[in-house]
Design a protein around this ligand. Structure first.
Ligand SMILES: Cc1ncc(COP(=O)(O)O)c(C=O)c1O
Length: 402
């Protein structure tokens, strides 16, 4: 036992299954085994190479020393915050209240620091992005998952409302991280009617105490249908500008610009102008990472403000969403032929298949050199890393072991 480590951290599990399984898959691959590594969370082409968007490279190469070297302002470059917000809500009024952050991860942390007291409960839909639990733990709050609203479970939103009401009674406030559209890991959007019901639930709750909802949509550039995504964003904007619920969003350039390593994002509240909230965000930035990296903010600002670059970027992103959708449809067709249930792909990098013992089945599949991530009640399949030619082998192995 290391006595330098404080006691409360002695019994941490310290086991990130994604890291563990990915390391195993890579080691087998380097030994020449025919590995299908679906533990990856980045977009790969059909040769297994990391996709790097050309438009992004072009703009990156045009950055000048002053775009890169100086510290960024504590809250981030206001033009970056404006540009990244307008990418999703072009009509949002400037200046935008928000801060730049190291990825959406940083934005989520800032939301925890400002919208919940230590020891309180944070909500999200199950299954959530697995690091949500770690972010909650590190920031001394408890993560509670409520069932994702599915057509097959029409009463799930009633369950959600009663759980939220209980916690509102106990702690006098609610924070909900809402991963929509293009939910990770199911690849689904909430339906319009369920979204409306959800707004009503949050509105009712907000009569009892402050309710904050942070949208976390890391994957929406990779959707099957862009008009639908645009309509969903409009639904959120309409609600956010008319409700007493505090609606914000954690934004990222990791997936949208294939710039995972640049660590850039933002926490924004486009429908608020509260000076106290602005000061609180600045304190969190200073107290956690001082200020977010300057270079990716300069890049995103230049790219999103130039209509030619935006056109080029959109066409690259659409080409990749078509490839992801094709992978999803082929996989879905073959899974259905074998009667393997799975989530319907609206967009993103993943889908899921339900299973009663995900840990065991993912271990068994490793005997066929297929590496998938077990979740609580399902298995995550990374379409982003699934080569088209690997689909029959994956389905064959799943159908033999399910
Ligand atoms: C749902 C979700 N939110 C947030 C993030 C964090 O993204 P970033 O790289 O911007 O920190 C991810 C990354 O995988 C994600 O899947």
């Amino acid at each position: 036992m290391d006595t330098h480590l404080i006691t409360s951290r002695h019994n941490l599990e310290g086991d990130d299954p994604i890291f563990r399984i990915n390391t195993l898959a890579q080691s087998r691959k380097s030994q020449g085994h025919p590995v299908i590594n679906l533990s990856v969370g980045a977009l790969l082409d059909d040769e297994g190479q990391l996709v790097i968007l050309k438009t992004v490279r072009e703009v990156w190469n045009s950055l000048t020393p002053s775009d890169i070297h100086p510290y960024a302002p504590i809250l981030g470059d206001p033009e970056f915050i404006e540009a990244i917000t307008h990418r999703y809500w072009p009509k949002a009024k400037t200046p935008i209240l928000g801060c730049a952050s190291p990825g959406a991860t940083g934005a989520l942390v800032v939301s925890l620091r400002n919208l919940l007291e230590p020891g309180q409960t944070l909500f999200t839909f199950a299954p959530g992005w697995s690091p949500y639990g770690t972010l909650a733990f590190e920031n001394k709050v408890i993560l509670k998952e409520v069932p994702y609203p599915l057509e097959s479970n029409p009463s799930s939103l009633n369950t959600t409302e009663s759980q939220l009401s209980e916690v509102m009674k106990e702690q006098g406030r609610i924070l909900f991280w809402l991963n929509d559209p293009c939910h990770n890991p199911t690849g689904q959007h909430i339906t319009t009617s369920d979204r409306k019901k959800l707004f009503e639930i949050f509105d009712r709750l907000s009569q009892k105490g402050p309710v904050s909802v942070i949208l976390d949509f890391a994957y929406l550039e990779y959707a099957r249908d862009f008009t639908r995504v645009k309509n969903i964003l409009d639904e959120y904007a309409q609600w956010g500008s008319s409700s007493s619920v505090l609606l914000g969003a954690s934004l990222s350039i990791s997936k949208p610009l294939t710039l995972y390593g640049a660590r850039c994002g933002a926490l924004i509240f486009p429908w608020r102008t509260d000076d106290q909230l602005k000061k609180a965000l600045a304190t969190s930035c200073r107290g956690t990472f001082s200020n977010a990296p300057r270079a990716p903010q300069s890049l995103a600002k230049k790219l999103y403000k130039d209509p030619n670059h935006v056109m080029q970027l959109n066409s690259e992103q659409r080409a990749w969403s078509t490839i992801l959708t094709n992978r999803a449809d082929q996989l879905s067709h073959q899974l259905s032929e074998k009667n393997i249930h799975h989530s319907y792909f609206d967009g993103g990098f993943f889908i899921t298949t339900p299973h009663s013992n995900p840990e065991k089945i993912t271990q068994v599949l490793q005997q066929d050199d297929i590496y998938l991530i077990p979740l609580k009640n399902e298995i995550r399949i990374a379409l982003c890393a699934l080569k088209e030619k690997e689909i029959p082998r994956l389905v064959d192995s799943l159908s033999r072991h399910f």
